[in-house]
Write a protein of this length. Sequence first.
Length: 434
Amino acid sequence: EKVGIRVQIEEISDGSLTAFPKSSYSACVRDVALGLKDFCYGAFWETPERLIETAFTPVYEGQAFVLIVHSDSLGDAMAQATSIFVPFSPGLWGMLALSTLVVGLAMWYIGEAGDVSLLEGLKKGVSKAIRRLTDQGDGWDKMKTRSGRFLLFGFSVLCSLAVTTYTANLASFLLVKTLRVGVQDLDGAIESGEEICILQASVALFSAVHPEVGPLLKPFSNWHHIADSYVEGGCRRMLLPPVTYALMRAAAPPFDGHGRGAFCKLWRVGDMLVPIPIASPISRDLDHALSYAWAREKFQGKLEQFRRDYQLPVSECPVAGLQEEVRPTTIADMSGGFIILGVLLLVAIIHHQTCALRRSTFHPDDGGDEPSGPPLAELAGVDPAARLRAEGQARARRAAKGGEHQPEEAASSPPSSSATAQARSSPGRRSVQI
């Protein structure tokens, strides 16, 4: 009406449909090129083959392809049962188990598990380590040696990092929709060797840009035929424009014949592929005049107004959320905790060996103080009689040096009358009953 032109809508000719049986768009372009039509309305890809045939209006937008794949949500019973293991990678779970075993063995080695055999000590040590990992273990006051305190501090740091990271990552996985996707991009789809459904008009373009994908392309005449094939069990992977994908997910025409949720398991993966300019084919006789009217309306904001008036329908399908940003915690993420544990484990072992060396080289007659901590005989599992003899020698040495405390035997048995009288007459002397 604005330019004084009468518009008459006609069907595409049979000859053009026969020439392009798989693309009504290319058939309409052929009609314009042959002079059977003056104009084709709609969003047409401005491909080199079509530009050879006829003119096009000014480009009003670009359209890129995206890879769409079929994917199941992780909602089955097995996935829910194993979801607690998802926050950590398998390698990190194995590393935590190995660290717990090593700490348990170290606790037995430095004497925290008592004077028991290796197997029994390993059980007790691992039990202590697991209780520490779950924040139910012993504190500083329960440790027998300084080496044990060093080891407890290092393992506590690792446990704190593990528990905090696990809690945060588990919350992320529970809040985000998790998907099971076979491929992540076009390269993965090519490696899989499965067919990729695509519109006939774009086969040549994709084959030229990605030659390796050419043998996998399965052409269709229009989009709703691709949708029909998907519903029937085919087309598990397809190349679609984002607008077409949005219409398909929302079950909007022409994809409304299979129910609202028929396409909810289609997910977009990878980056944008092969951008194509969008325009409309026109007769060369109308090229100048219609291009002017088209550009004028576009610069006056009519295209944006058109987009606001005809927005994409809202899909009822679930949204994948931030799944691409969430990943299991790996060993590298907690390497700092493992380094701290390793350093303090080494310090604990060195400290334990130093104390053991000092005890093994101690002589009762050298006048020095006996090192603190349990005797070496207790840690090494020496015969109890030898241990008692060593304790008796230590008591005798303290008595000979004029210590303030009497031996346990003297303190536990009543003194004789003569010893009592002697102590009263000579306050400066002490009697020792052996």
